[in-house]
Design a binder for this molecule. Sequence first.
Ligand code: SAH
Ligand code: SF4
Length: 369
Amino acid sequence: MINLLDLTPDDLTAFFAARGEKPFRARQVSRWIHQRFVADIAAMTDLARPLRERLAAEAHIVGPTLIRDTTASDGTRKWLFDAGNANAVESVYIPEDDRGTLCISSQAGCALDCAFCSTGKQGFNRNLTTGEIVGQLWLANRMLLADGVTGPWIAAGRAPITNVVMMGMGEPLANFDAVVPALKTLLDDHAYGLSRRRVTLSTSGLVPWIDRLRDECPVALAVSLHAPNDALRDRLVPINRKHPLADLMAACRRYLDRAPRDFITFEYVMLDGVNDQPAHADELVRLVADVPCKLNLIPFNPFPGTEFRTSPRERIASFQKRLMNAGIVTTVRKTRGDDIDAACGQLAGRVQDRTKRRLGTRIPIAATR
Ligand code: SAH
Ligand code: SF4
């Protein structure tokens, strides 16, 4: 059986062509799935019944399996999906006044092992498929609509999710072959129709893949910097040993030739006493001097077993001020959904761990790997 969520709109056209059907059939089906979020081929009433029956004989629409659905006091909603082998991945819905953002995952676990990241500490389990990546968006839209979610853009007829950030679990560029087709479905007018500016991919800095993304499917880019020099970044973001900062900055400049936005977003997690001193800010200013960028400071979100603490609020404010004074637009990320552990780097990995934590036994993640 083919899961239609795995197919890009172009794949779907080829699928129908191979069966002697016209391209507009593919567009009809794509709209049923990605704009009306149906799960049942029989519901596609503008397709002749025999065609629906032929299609249903070899294809279906199967979203990710939901394990848990939690809503925080600020409206942030988190879905936990089964990834097999006692692993789980998460998507987080973040409603704002004028948009709905979905943070999606690209892998179960992550092999890159950044020192401050709970996903990294769990190790790598597996890549998600295109259908599992797109399925997070499909299911979120479907459930939000079914629950009667409101917002001015929804009243105007748009889908609940208007923006997607690939900032959940996993390194999206390490799963390039599944991520790019998913991005194509997100961008296609007959599917989600999101503009490239409303889709952001966050990477820890896989330099060759940043170039490939620029060539094959440029979307807004966020790069997880976290340190202003190679010595510190080698420690915090180990992939830096393979792709050091000079190479990363050069890749960012190349990316901007084709990027939908005229800046790169640099993410910088604020770790108490580690990367948050005035000298780090000054070094950061020099590092990014010739890359048009915005900086996003992320207060560190602790998780059981971590050696790090978040920088005090005043230190984050003075770090921000120092960067702003040097002419770099710098924002501090608001922590959302903290009563349900929905913040960056806190997303659950192993279902088991969560069960244990719920029972109150705080087991360091390293011990349960
Ligand atoms: N693998 C990609 C995307 C997923 S992580 C990347 O690293 O960019 C999304 C963002 O959350 C990254 O900037 C990451 O560094 C940050 N992050 C990871 N763990 C965190 C934590 N414990 N607290 C705050 N931010 C964290
Ligand atoms: Fe992987 Fe990103 Fe976490 Fe690093 S921060 S371990 S790249 S998910």
